[in-house]
Design a protein around this ligand. Structure first.
Ligand code: GLC
Length: 738
């Protein structure tokens, strides 16, 4: 991806640099310290090793972390397993190394530490940035209590491909929703970095890791610069604008250049255009992986490429540890480059106050905050507001008072599977299962449990036991889906269908004639056409976290009216992928309202439309939209556009509605999506209540990567819709003039 100086200058004007993570004083103090360091000590600040805790990648080097820390040759450690261990290693660094430079201690804390929140894709489904911020705040409070300074989160990777297992860790398919979630999480994690209950955030995985070919993990990413900037860059940029202190490189190549060796990404875009002022850490071993990518002949060349690309810290490949000094001695890398990369790392350590007090995070009594009532309450609220009601025929939900409930399925009484992936610090025994929650809410005597089957295989007598439980109940809740390990890293799937053993269980339960409520436990969109036919109600619970049981009981009892909306499109079939709401029109758009026209962009065997569209979700009440008004029908480039709409709770129960605003640029120098989300608001409306909701579209909201390769607006006519989901039709128009 070429970069003319003009593009850089233009972008400098148009991409306002965000909050800076470090101060000029931090930089000054870092520069003074570097002057006193040996080459090996400077390189040591660019080395990160695992601390003996969770293994999150291929472990090739059994190096003694203690020895490296003592010799000042390792400046950061991650995934340590206890308070005592963080203190022990920090004491070695501070008291036994020559200069006593404190360690930076990192960890994967992405949807909770001890108190586990729903997975990140579920939090996006709440369409509530405050929910994302509360997840991050609680995570920071608990993780920092164990002496952790830095979390490798938020994951800002947009993804349109549910075959990829890590969709569970992000905010779904949309750049605007993803950006709002990412910035909220940075606020929650970093808060006020002078407060030891805050942790450094890490924008990952930079960049475009969510678009691997064929949805296959770690695969190549190939896209135009326009698609990258319009559809994948916004969440990274929002997180950086919110002041994120660190960035993590991604495993993939982008346009043929692996991220870890990609100067365009890490210097021209990240630092020059976006104004990033923190430091870059690699993902696990990615410098060493440049050999397998075929761009480095050995680890020394890999280290040289990464250093030149502006990568500060080497997670676990040991390429900097073993080869950086030789590169300097051979004149292949100037020592000034090592100095500069080291200064950026040290400035962040100064920012955290670690030189003033290396043990400011070490206060054993702070561990009392784990599972604090307010933490568990926050996790419960986020979990129930993230659940998405996909079907509810005959109002089978909420359950009628006094119902006798059969709770069936492989995930009905599961603990580990309900907290999702990336939960190294969780204690699964603290998870309340669906069975726990329902028995607590409805009474143990009203709930009969039967496992029915295992996730991937039938159980001897399982179906007959489940059918017997159904026979003596008024309603059957069946918890189906995928195991926690079937989402997250290294968990790509070529099929999105439920396993046969679970489908057989559901078909047998359907034969009982009892109302069926499917509880879908998953970290990704799945193929649900058959399940949607068999179920009377279909509730997407995701992996709800520590408070799974209470959150489920809140929703199915009607104590809480479900308000989740899909952050990703659910395809009818995996053959439609990639499928997302903001696709292009094409020159022959299919018209599915009438008889299909052969020579249009469509399939012979399935409609273009998905099973469930982006933004979709039901409630126990209904909402109506009226009186959409474009308050500024004509605005010059650089001006704001205001749109208002009246939303009414037209049903009989209080409930929250996610009011969504979409725009379409009708005529442009490049092809533009048929609609794009540019605003949303989650509002609580009492039964019968009506409220006017107003949106303001900024110039940045209407900007895109234009034909002239500049980020900005274009004069022209726009359509605007406001409604319940990405299929909404209540619309208006406005014009942007020169
Ligand atoms: C893993 C993941 C990354 C994580 C890192 C450290 O491979 O890709 O998200 O932060 O390694 O565990």
């Amino acid at each position: 991806m070429k970069n003319s100086i003009f593009t850089v200058l233009a972008a400098l004007v148009l991409y306002p640099a965000g909050a800076q993570p470090v101060t000029p004083q931090d930089r000054r103090r870092a520069a003074e310290l570097v002057e006193r360091m040996t080459l090996d000590e400077k390189i040591g600040q660019l080395v990160q090793q695992r601390g003996g805790g969770a293994v999150t990648g291929p472990d090739k080097t059994e190096l003694s972390v203690e020895r490296l820390v003592r010799e000042g040759r390792c400046g950061s450690v991650f995934n340590i397993k206890s308070f005592e261990e963080t203190e022990r290693l920090q004491r070695i660094a501070v008291e036994e190394s020559r200069l006593g430079i404190p360690l930076l201690i990192g960890a994967d804390v992405i949807h909770g530490f001890r108190t586990i929140f729903p997975i990140n894709l579920a939090v996006a489904a709440s369409w509530d940035p405050a929910a994302a911020e509360s997840l991050a705040r609680v995570s920071a409070r608990e993780a920092s209590a164990m002496g952790i300074h830095w979390t490798f989160s938020p994951m800002c990777d947009v993804s349109r491909d549910p075959r990829w297992g890590r969709v569970s860790e992000g905010a779904g398919e949309d750049p605007y929703l993803g950006a709002r979630v990412a910035e909220a999480m940075v606020r929650g994690y970093q808060g006020d970095l002078s407060d030891p209950s805050s942790v450094l955030a890490c924008v990952k995985h930079f960049a475009a890791y969510g678009a691997p070919q064929a949805g296959r993990e770690y695969h190549a990413v190939d896209m135009s610069e326009r698609v990258f900037r319009d559809s994948y860059l916004p969440p990274y940029r929002a997180a950086l604008d919110a002041g994120a202190a660190t960035v993590m490189t991604s495993f993939n190549d982008l346009d043929g250049v692996p991220a870890t060796a990609n100067r365009w990404l890490m210097r021209d875009l990240l630092r020059d255009e976006l104004g990033f002022g923190g430091f870059v850490v690699t993902d696990y071993g990615t410098i060493g992986e440049l050999k397998a990518h075929g761009v480095a002949g050995d680890d020394a060349q890999a280290a040289e490429l990464a250093l030149r690309a502006g990568v500060n810290m080497d997670m676990m490949s040991a390429a900097y540890l073993f080869h950086a000094a030789e590169l300097v001695r051979e004149g292949r890398i100037p020592e000034s480059l090592i100095d500069s990369l080291c200064r950026e790392v040290l400035a962040v350590k100064f920012r955290l106050g670690l030189f003033d007090d290396p043990f400011r995070y070490q206060a054993k009594e702070r561990e009392k905050c784990y599972y604090a009532p307010e933490h568990l309450d926050a996790a419960r609220r986020v979990a129930r507001s993230s659940m998405v009601l996909l079907e509810n025929r005959g109002g089978v939900l909420p359950l009628k008072k006094g119902s006798r409930i059969a709770l069936v399925g492989p995930f009905a009484d599961s603990r580990w599977d309900l907290i999702g992936s990336w939960v190294h610090f969780a204690e699964a025994g603290r998870t309340s299962t669906f069975l726990d929650g329902l028995r607590a809410r409805f009474g143990a005597d009203r709930v009969t449990y039967a496992r029915g089957c295992d996730p991937h295989k039938a159980l001897e007598g399982g179906i007959s036991e489940a059918v017997a439980a159904a026979a003596k109940s008024d309603v059957v809740l069946v918890a189906l889906g995928l195991k926690a390990g079937e989402s997250g890293e290294a968990a790509s799937l070529a099929s999105l269908a439920l396993p046969d053993a679970q489908r057989d269980l559901l078909e047998s339960l359907k034969q009982t004639g009892k109302p069926i409520v499917v509880l879908l436990v998953t970290g990704r969109p799945m193929e649900l056409a058959r399940e949607a036919e068999l179920a009377d109600a279909l509730l997407l619970t995701w992996y709800p976290g520590t408070m799974a049981g209470e959150a489920l009981a809140d929703v199915v009892s009607g104590d809480y009216n479900p308000s989740g909306r899909l952050p990703m499109t659910f395809p009818r079939t995996v053959g439609q992928i990639p499928i997302h709401y903001d696709m292009k029109s094409t020159g022959r758009p299919a018209d599915e309202s009438g008889k299909p026209n052969k020579y249009t962009s469509r399939y012979l065997d399935v409609p273009n439309s998905p099973q469930y569209c982006f933004g979709y979700g039901l409630s126990y009440t209904t909402f109506g939209y009226s009186d959409l008004r474009v308050l500024t029908p004509e605005t010059a480039v650089g001006g704001e556009v205001r749109v208002s709409v009246r939303v009414t709770n037209t049903g009989g129960r209080d409930g929250e509605e996610v009011v969504q605003l979409y725009v379409r640029d009708l005529l442009s120098g490049v092809t533009r999506p048929v609609r794009e989300l540019k605003g949303f608001r989650k509002v609580m409306l009492r039964a019968g209540e009506s409220r006017e909701v107003t949106f303001t579209l900024t110039p940045d909201d209407l900007s895109f990567w234009r034909l002239d390769k500049k980020w900005g607006q274009e004069p022209g006519d726009y359509h605007v819709w406001v409604g319940h989901d990405s299929d909404c039709t209540l619309g208006g128009s406005f014009r942007i003039t020169e």
